[in-house]
Design a protein around this ligand. Structure first.
Ligand code: A2P
Length: 330
């Protein structure tokens, strides 16, 4: 299968190449795509070197599938052109996620929605992906009424420049604005993506709207506060969930243990709980600190951690591609 990776030099693109190789996705020819700046440079994949081409040049090479992670602008411009040329796109940007004609897919949650008609498929926001994998089996069993989430997000979610900013600051070299408007090292910035008129950030609105779309249930009320912290390796989330029906904690644990893609790490007696340092480089979503919210009935508190470049981006995109292959759609 001819596979194009658009944004192949970026943090997510690089991770997509790693995940494609690790999972032995049937790549017969790789087409690495980046901006004009990178054109002609070489990328190594499974011991073979490939030359980087531009998004326009890649269309002519007719890949079967293109995994896009080069920002919203590139996706908005090129995804329709790729689709027109018969290429299936799995898009990591936010450009198409809330388009009612496009599917927003986390395979283990709503993989069944995919059909042959889907040419542009959206990969959800990283914070949303790791949360819905945990919410899905709980919603099926207890029916979720409301979710209150606060995030603690890794700088890798912002891209190469943000990692450089953190590293420069650690080395005592902060020289003004780079990826964030303020110093990120030794700091916490309660601001991810742009502010909206309602006082929320776009990242917060993504978590709200995308959760409803993926779970296919607009009756679930969601509110979010998204925060950037000076961490690499993964995003963490404190999640408070109110259900229609009551639960036993042991059943909640069992339901989560049985959920594909979820690992329960919840042994406080032995100080075991999920942390980004441990989630780094892993494909699973880790959940712990599972406890009853004693201030309100039918309500649960959880702590969810996943590598945002993996399940939050690259792994999910590759899993969507795997599902398309399995269903004979590419
Ligand atoms: P390039 O390295 O040539 O700039 P990150 O979000 O980690 O910074 O990565 C962004 C990715 O998107 C990079 O691979 C970058 O390529 C790519 N990219 C940015 N702008 C464009 C564009 N206009 N066309 C194609 N790729 C782009």
């Amino acid at each position: 299968m001819k596979v194009a990776v658009v944004g192949a030099t970026g943090l997510v693109g690089t991770e997509i190449l790693t995940v494609l190789a690790e999972r032995n996705f049937p790549v017969t020819e790789l087409i690495p795509v980046a901006s004009e700046r990178s054109k002609g440079k070489e990328i190594e994949f499974k011991g073979k070197k490939y030359k980087i081409v531009t998004p326009a040049e890649a269309i002519a090479l007719k890949p079967d599938v293109a995994l896009f992670s080069a920002g919203g602008g590139t996706s908005t411009t090129y995804a329709p052109q790729y689709a027109e040329a018969g290429i299936t796109i799995i898009d990591n940007s936010s450009a198409w996620r809330m388009d009612p004609t496009k599917k927003l897919v986390v395979p283990e949650v709503n993989g069944d929605v995919l059909s042959a008609a889907d040419k542009i498929i959206a990969n959800p926001n990283c914070s949303t992906t790791q949360m819905v994998v945990v919410l899905k089996p709980l919603h099926d069993k207890y029916k979720i009424k409301r979710v209150v989430v606060s995030t603690y997000q890794s700088v890798t979610g912002t891209g190469v420049q943000a990692v450089e900013q953190l590293m420069d600051e650690r080395a005592g070299k902060f020289d003004g604005e780079k990826a964030y408007p303020y110093q990120i090292d030794l700091n916490v910035i309660p601001h991810i993506d742009v502010f909206q008129e309602n006082g929320y950030t776009k990242e917060e609105m993504k978590m709200i709207e995308e959760t409803n779309k993926i779970l296919g249930d607009d009756s679930i009320r969601v509110t979010a506060t998204t925060v950037r912290i000076p961490v690499m390796g993964g995003h963490s989330e404190s999640v408070n969930i109110e259900f229609e029906n009551d639960f036993e904690l042991k059943d909640v644990r069992r339901v989560l243990e049985e959920q594909e893609g979820v690992v329960v790490v919840d042994d406080t007696a032995n100080l075991k709980y999920p942390m980004p340092k441990d989630a780094h480089g892993k494909d699973e979503v880790f959940v712990g600190r599972i406890r009853r919210d004693e201030s309100q009935s039918n309500t649960l508190n959880l702590w969810i951690v996943a590598d945002n470049l993996r399940k939050g981006a690259a792994t999910n995109a590759v899993q969507v591609a795997e599902l398309l292959v399995k269903k004979g759609l590419i």
